[in-house]
Write a protein that binds this ligand. Structure first.
Ligand code: TRP
Length: 454
């Protein structure tokens, strides 16, 4: 059966597609502002620890489950456990794919729209910071603008997934990821050569340990999950297009390395420019859409750099969105024998529609709230704080305690014999972290995020 399954054409194809999934709004929009709000360097340090001790073990586990079963998350759990409970855990991943993509695409749509704003030169009218904020409010308050770009972004996502694993996702990632990397390098060079850039670098490198609290540790861990696309089977699905010759631990490490590198480079590009232009680094979620346009308005060459920045953000979001849609499509293709094209058209459109109330949460539905949250906030909360941590918890428990580390290690060895021989201690560490550290830490984050502990 696995003969008919499409596979990645090359090892680099998988690495680029999986890092494309990992590198997204999380790295370029979210990471800089949460680092900014939580003490810069000190937060980055905590985040790196979380990535190493929990992110990497779970990432390896997810890719391995996919490769072993050659299935989407539902099929993967079904094959290895035969139990309805674990099959439902896979189903939760597919549901998370619907939910995350629906609101992710709304923010990605803003980024797409901001490419046009940058090209129109709108940023140059922002003589004061408040004007950029007002402009942002007026754009997201405009139903046609917000739905239009949400839809436009969706069409791009559907097009790539429609073209298949090799011809769409792999080919698209091979084109988009190098462009993304190149643009980011240009922006980093621009940032560090600005007068006053050193203040931004100092902010990133000089730790302010007083800002680290239990809460920031938990934010760091939650973000480690989101940024590595863990907890809902995206990496499992991508792993299912690997074959037994592929080296899982080393690929996982490369994906993690690229993801972290891009987040840090994005932080450098953004904070050097923000500080050099005398803006406030702690603006929170509005940092990208409200602070940066002012920065571009003031910076030499800002017209071009503004366009490049939003192009970068859009490409990053696109390669992540395709991984979310692919999870849903793989489920319908594997389990229900749907044709890929049909699954893309039907579920692309459905998820777009589920995203509409999220888009309307910034305008006509802004006052409609449940528990003080708009539809957008609820979708984000449900996915990031409930479905993903729960998924990560179940994945680590499943591999370590249900499927069993002995069987997992036999699978892991395939294609990775060199790592087992040379770095045997890494495998021992992997087992330990997956079995004890990951489930316990994730459980604590979960209790925190639903407000049981404060
Ligand atoms: N990792 C992406 C980002 O940082 C978002 C993402 C894509 C994701 N696929 C995912 C998050 C699956 C969780 C699960 O923007």
């Amino acid at each position: 059966m696995s003969n008919q399954r499409e596979h990645w054409g090359s090892r680099i194809g998988f690495i680029l597609a999986a890092s494309g999934s990992a590198i997204g709004l999380g790295n370029i929009w979210k990471f800089p502002y949460i680092a900014g709000e939580n003490g810069g360097a000190a937060f980055i340090f905590v985040y790196l620890v979380c990535i190493a001790v929990i992110g990497l073990p779970v990432l390896i586990a997810e890719i391995l489950l996919g490769r072993t079963t050659q299935r989407n998350p539902v099929g993967a759990f079904k094959r290895l456990s035969g139990s309805p409970f674990w099959t439902a855990v896979g189903g939760m991943g597919v549901v998370a794919g619907f939910v995350i993509l629906s609101f992710y695409s709304v923010v990605a749509g803003w980024s797409l729209g901001y490419i046009i704003e940058a090209m129109k030169g709108t940023f140059f009218t922002f003589s004061e910071a408040s004007l950029a904020g007002d402009h942002f409010e007026s754009l997201v308050g405009n139903v046609k603008w917000i739905i239009g770009y949400h839809g436009g972004f969706f069409l791009l996502t559907m097009l790539v997934v429609y073209l298949g694993v090799k011809g769409g996702i792999e080919r698209g990632s091979k084109i988009m990821m190098p462009i993304l990397f190149f643009i980011l390098i240009i922006l980093v060079i621009r940032g560090v050569t600005l007068d006053g850039a050193e203040k931004g670098l100092a902010f990133l490198w000089n730790p302010d340990w007083s800002k680290i609290s239990g809460q920031s540790v938990l934010i760091a861990l939650g973000h480690a999950f989101f940024t590595l696309s863990l907890g809902m089977g995206a990496m499992m699905t991508y792993g299912s297009y690997l074959s037994e010759e592929d080296n899982v631990p080393s690929s996982a490490f490369q994906v993690l390395f690229l993801d972290t590198l891009i987040a840090i480079l994005a932080g450098i590009a953004i904070f050097t420019a923000v500080f050099a232009m005398g803006q406030n680094p702690g603006a929170g979620p509005g940092l990208i859409f409200q602070t940066l346009p002012v920065v571009f308005a003031k910076m030499p060459g800002g017209f071009l750099f503004g366009i490049l920045f939003f192009l970068l953000l859009t490409l990053a979001a696109l390669t992540s969105a395709i991984s979310l849609l692919e999870v849903v499509v793989a489920y319908f293709v594997d389990e229900l024998n749907w044709k890929r094209h049909r699954a893309v058209m039907i579920f692309g459109f459905t998820i777009f529609l589920i995203g509409v109330p999220s888009a309307l949460s910034f305008n006509v539905m802004a006052e409609i709230k449940w528990f003080d949250k708009t539809f957008f906030d609820i979708a984000d909360f449900l996915a990031s704080n409930i479905l993903l941590p729960a998924g990560g918890f179940f994945i680590s428990v499943f591999v370590a305690w249900v499927w069993g580390l002995d069987k997992a290690v036999i699978e892991l060895r395939k294609g990775a014999a060199n790592i087992f021989e040379r770095y045997g201690w890494l495998i021992v560490a992997w087992k330990f972290f997956l079995k004890y550290i990951a489930p316990v830490m994730i459980f604590i984050v979960f209790l925190y995020s639903i407000g049981v502990i404060k």
